[in-house]
Ligand binder design. Sequence first.
Ligand code: XMP
Length: 512
Amino acid sequence: MREMVAVLDFGSQYAQLIARRIRELGVYCEIVEHDITAKEISRISPKALVLSGGPASVLDEHHPEMDPDILTLNIPVLGICYGMQHITQVLQGTIEKGRGGEYGHATIDIDNSKGFFADLGHSMDVWMSHGDQVIGLPRDFALLAHTSDCPIAAMGDLKRQIYGVQFHPEVVHTPRGHELLKNFLYSICKCSGGWSMAGFVEDSVSTIRSKVGDANVICGLSGGVDSAVVAALINKAIGDQMTAIFVDNGLLRAGEVEEIEHIFTNEYPLNLDIVDARQMFLNALKGITEPELKRKAIGRTFIDVFYNEADRIGGATFLAQGTLYPDVIESRSAKGGPSATIKSHHNVGGLPPDLKFELIEPLKELFKDEVRLLGKELGLPENLVNRQPFPGPGLAVRILGEVTAENLKILQQADLRVKEELRNYPGYSDIWQSFAVLLPVKTVGVMGDERTYANVVALRIVSSMDGMTADWVKVPYEYLARISSRIINEVKGVNRVVYDISSKPPSTIEWE
Ligand code: XMP
């Protein structure tokens, strides 16, 4: 069985970050529900458990709880923040309700610099973010670190190997946090490490081969990184048994069809099928203005195209998709139920219940940055691997209101100007996504001596770690000015450009 660590998610915004840090240290890690049973934990047999932080208070009447038997399984445990408080509660230590809490930088004094804190000296800068705190150790626990405000900043039962930290070792503001996690994984839990992309490729290739046998697989290429990496991985496993279908749905950015054709014919040749389905998508979108209905119509049309193509190649059993780990996690919540649907990202929830294909989702365990590493490992060209994410429904969710051939042309042309101008911006590599949005709003303008009455384009330029949160980028005015003037002067049908200065949350990255 593969060596793994499980993170019990108590609703922390950092649960994914904890999993990433552990993987970066060479150990495979998965996030599980906080109320997973001890029996289930025994079945998956992790080398260690990490209990995440969370927004609740263990002193509230209703708060997320773990199965207490988990602490009797002889598996090393690390509780972080809420996780530490919950361990304390289960093992009958004392917790004090927050008196204003502690947020931000702190320096801990290390009381025991062996084992858990080995090689970290006598003090360490950490990031605190808590209201409640532990003031009385559970039985058999030792004090490992404290601060002037927090009498028990770290604790451990060294025999049972149960540890707790009040601070967050997973965030960058705890500069030596990764060394602490490394001590926990390697000195305490005796992990052997070795999780790497090369190993992942090998494992995936053999899993795909045994799953697929001699059946045919179709793989939808969207032009984005994820589906390209899926196609490359499956191509490595089964070669021409896979047909990569690139659907020209007319909702793509300018020049994209040619670019993808070039890459997968010349640079990374694979069995490529480009389908011109522009009219089919326009028909399906006719008259629809509501965002969720647009997404559903697009999802259905994609599936229709896939059915047609599967028939054309003499039948396919499997459909491959680029679902990522955050997509899987985002559709669960710390309370165990599905989280609210903000948008039905069609590669997660939008497939018909009676889908005639079996799904293959080889990236389901990976984060976006890991997918890029995998793409490089597979030898995909840099410009493809480092592409900005692009939504499956394409420009349809960037045209507010009805999608028409005319609107698509306007948006493609505006978007191209954004791309061309930002390419020269030195901070380009820090941008997560940059694009134009066509608003269903007309405003009055003046060009030459003529009055114009034309559309507004909004610019959306954001930075983000993983698309879950985002901030608008403070792009220097001269770039914004050039983009604006080029769009207004060169794109017929637009006479005003505005800049979107909203962060996510509360806004989302896409406008629909
Ligand atoms: P939002 O707009 O929800 O987007 O903040 C977060 C990230 O997801 C992308 N996105 C999608 N990707 N199908 C996709 O494959 C979709 O329906 C979809 N909607 C949004 C978006 O571009 C951003 O990177």
